[in-house]
Design a protein around this ligand. Structure first.
Ligand SMILES: Cc1cc2nc3c(=O)[nH]c(=O)nc-3n(C[C@H](O)[C@H](O)[C@H](O)COP(=O)(O)OP(=O)(O)OC[C@H]3O[C@@H](n4cnc5c(N)ncnc54)[C@H](O)[C@@H]3O)c2cc1C
Length: 389
């Protein structure tokens, strides 16, 4: 008999879910509506996550982190998203921003920056997108030019989550314009570096508590040893990072969908029409059944993808893109159906499901749109990548 339960969470993973859910019930969920209403940073959640060491759970123990595996990290993000999608961007983006350092950085960079992140000295953002380089990220224009023992960075990064709040930024920049994606390198830039400034917060449809801003790099001079990996490997590191972190967006989507399903289930049993609870109507039960099926399928796929992320399996690219694409489409469908279950009340800001529906939309867009995910999935299939389940 294997010491691991077959297709079930270990006791440790279940315990993590219980701990995060309790923390979110007490310190995240009560502020979610206010955070959305005022488009304000979820400081209560940030403080609570940091105090419980859930702010960047993926950082290995050797750098002072909690050492959560990919599945445990996914469970943390899922549970926070169930309560407040904006707050779930704190552990998610701390992983996204710092994973390039963890995957490809020198030991010195890991000690310094993963250590600072784990200790709560600052968050980590990821700067790939630009105003004219979104899906075609390799078309970026931000330049990094070597000058003695330094690099000098110039350019504009757009849509950067937690920009201005984070202390540390992984910035992808062109070091050799002749080589397109092979001429891109990754660097750690600090908020305190001279020449780093931020644009006004974007006014968004959802995840309103998660600041999204431009990052301006104006002659930012940094030591050459802040390059992550070798020159010209930045784009590959950026894509390798996304293979892993798309699983965390899938988890965010599952959490948002679960939050909406839970609310709809409770409401359907309370609300009476025609002298009966609306949950008694088979038409509504079928709607709830579809919601439940989809959420569970998305969760299972996300957890399978998390296992592949942890092991670094060959089919991670397929699974990361598939889990993100499937779970985010599910989140959009399920949150829209949750609004339907609440009828007219679901359409108002007095109930949380319209917020969840607005929050779900972003999961179909960032870390690559779902069109881009389908391109990735199609290429993997045509290249003969088989599921190794
Ligand atoms: C709230 C928010 C937070 C974000 N956070 C970050 C962050 O922290 N760091 C970061 O680097 N980026 C971040 N992004 C950027 C995000 O990843 C991009 O918005 C996304 O990759 C899409 O790029 P785009 O907006 O330029 O759209 P475009 O690339 O212009 O796409 C427009 C449409 O065309 C479609 N399309 C494009 N190319 C193809 C194709 N080849 N085939 C079929 N359809 C195609 C797209 O699917 C989309 O529907 C964030 C974005 C938002 C909105």
């Amino acid at each position: 008999m294997s010491e691991f339960p077959m297709f079930a969470l270990s006791e440790e993973h279940q315990a993590i879910r219980e701990a995060v859910r309790a923390l979110c019930d007490a310190k995240v969920a009560p502020y979610a509506a206010d955070v959305d209403e005022h488009a304000r940073y979820p400081q209560e959640a940030a403080d609570a996550l940091l105090a419980a060491d859930f702010h960047a759970p993926h950082v290995p123990e050797q750098y002072g982190g909690a050492g959560a595996d990919a599945l445990a990290t996914v469970i943390v993000i899922e549970e926070v998203a169930r309560a407040c999608a904006s707050s779930s961007l704190i552990p998610a983006v701390n992983k996204l921003g710092s994973l390039p350092v963890q995957l490809a950085g020198s030991e010195e960079l890991k000690q310094q920056y993963l250590g600072a992140l784990a200790a709560g000295r600052g968050g980590f953002s990821y700067c790939l997108s630009e105003p004219d380089a979104g899906s075609d990220a390799a078309g970026m224009k931000t330049r990094a030019v070597r000058d003695g023992d330094s690099y000098v960075l110039n350019g504009v990064k757009r849509w950067i989550t937690n920009a201005g709040v984070s202390e540390y930024y992984t910035v992808m920049a062109v070091t050799d314009p002749e080589k397109r994606s092979k001429g891109i390198s990754a660097f750690v830039v600090e908020k305190a570096d001279q020449g780093v400034t931020f644009g006004a917060p974007e006014k968004k449809l959802g995840i309103k508590g998660s600041p999204t801003r431009e990052v301006y790099l104006d002659n930012v001079r940094i030591p050459a040893d802040r390059m992550i990996g070798a020159e010209g490997t930045g784009f590959e590191t950026a894509m390798r990072t996304l293979d892993h972190t798309r699983v965390t967006i899938a988890a965010q989507a599952v959490g948002i969908a679960q939050g909406a399903l839970d609310y709809a289930l409770g409401y359907a049993q309370e609300r009476k029409q025609f002298g009966r609870s609306i949950a008694d109507f088979q038409g509504l039960q079928f709607l709830l059944a579809d919601m439940g099926m989809k959420v569970e399928a998305a969760r299972q796929m996300t957890y399978a993808a998390a296992g592949k992320s942890e092991r670094g399996d060959k089919d991670l690219t397929f699974f990361g893109a598939s889990a993100k694409c499937f779970a985010s489409d599910v989140a959009m469908q399920v949150t829209t159906d949750a609004v339907q279950v609440l009828g007219g009340y679901g359409f108002t800001r007095d109930y949380p499901v319209e917020r969840m529906m607005r929050d779900a939309k972003i999961t179909q867009i960032y870390e690559g749109t779902n069109q881009v995910q389908r391109i990735v999935i199609g290429r993997q299939l045509l290249a003969g990548v088989q599921s190794q389940i």
